[in-house]
Design a protein around this ligand. Structure first.
Ligand code: GUN
Length: 283
């Protein structure tokens, strides 16, 4: 069994991003800048944003934080996004999801200028992904592919099973695997006999948000297993959606939690921010 070390792959990518940032600054004098908008008080979002800030500092990408723990009116959020869209010193806008109840997430995402949408969630960017000509890839799915590629997974012709159909991970990940010529099955909460699907998977990606839902007997011998889940148990332990102990007995390769997909998401976000800055500066 091979352990897929997302932390190491993320470090490699962050090194490349740092080099790209230095190069862009030398050529244009501009520091790529990411605006982070957080509305509400969701614990996981705060962790994500703190990690992003630290990683951004490490590669020379500037952050501007717009944090509203007690909420923000819908018109005020629109005004903020409009001003960030219009600000040439801001190259990427990260609107942290989920938004608190009462917000229309679709409308808020659509209000971000597509060229500054470093998450790849804007309908225009999702449409380009579906059409097969993406400019920006959603961070977590792109991170999953990057890990599989780094360790040499063969995707063409492979049976790929994705568990979870969220906009952030499952749906775009299925598209990315399809674009790489895998035969893709997208499973979800209403799937009948989940195990019958997962047991056929050469590549099994799990983003369901349910700790330990995939156990050893549900894994094909020798499969590549990518665990996108991050769940904090009552004991304080961080675990994925895959029961690592039993699944790693059968998998050929598997990502740990923590240290698997998690670090990749932020590396891809910073890579997307650098790319967005380059496009906006035509540099
Ligand atoms: N919430 C959970 N993951 C993400 C992400 O990748 N981007 C944003 N904007 N919100 C998230």
């Amino acid at each position: 069994m091979k352990l897929l070390d997302g932390k190491a792959v993320a470090q490699k990518i962050l090194g490349e991003v740092a080099g790209g940032v230095r190069d862009l600054r030398a050529r244009t004098g501009v520091t790529p800048t990411l605006a982070v908008v957080l509305v509400g008080d969701f614990a996981a979002s705060k962790i994500y944003i703190a990690n992003k800030k630290k990683a951004g500092d490490g590669v020379g990408i500037a952050s501007r934080d717009f944090i509203y723990p007690d909420g923000l009116s819908r018109p005020a959020l629109s005004t903020l996004l409009e001003s960030l869209n219009a600000d040439p010193a801001v190259h990427g806008i990260l609107l942290q999801l989920p938004l608190p109840a009462g917000f229309d997430e679709d409308a808020a995402i659509a209000a971000i200028a597509p060229e500054k949408d470093v998450d790849g969630f804007h309908p225009q960017n999702l449409g380009r992904l579906l059409a097969g000509s993406p400019t920006v890839l959603p961070c977590t799915p792109a991170g999953c592919l990057e890990i599989l590629d780094h360790y040499g997974a063969e995707l063409t012709g492979a049976e790929a099973v994705v568990v979870g159909r969220s906009r952030i991970v499952g749906k775009p990940l299925a598209q990315l695997l399809l674009a790489r010529n895998a035969t893709v099955t997208l499973c979800h909460t209403r799937t009948r006999d989940l195990a019958a699907h997962t047991r056929r998977a050469d590549v099994l990606c799990v983003a369901a948000g349910r700790p330990g839902m995939i156990t050893g007997p549900m894994v094909k011998a020798g499969a590549w297993v990518v665990d996108v889940g991050i769940n904090r148990l009552e004991t304080g332990k961080l675990v994925g959606d895959v029961d690592f102990d039993s699944a790693s007995q059968r998998a050929g390769a598997i990502t740990p939690v923590p240290g698997g997909v998690g670090p990749m998401t932020i590396a891809m976000l910073l890579r997307n921010t650098l790319a967005a800055a380059r496009r906006q500066l035509r540099a």
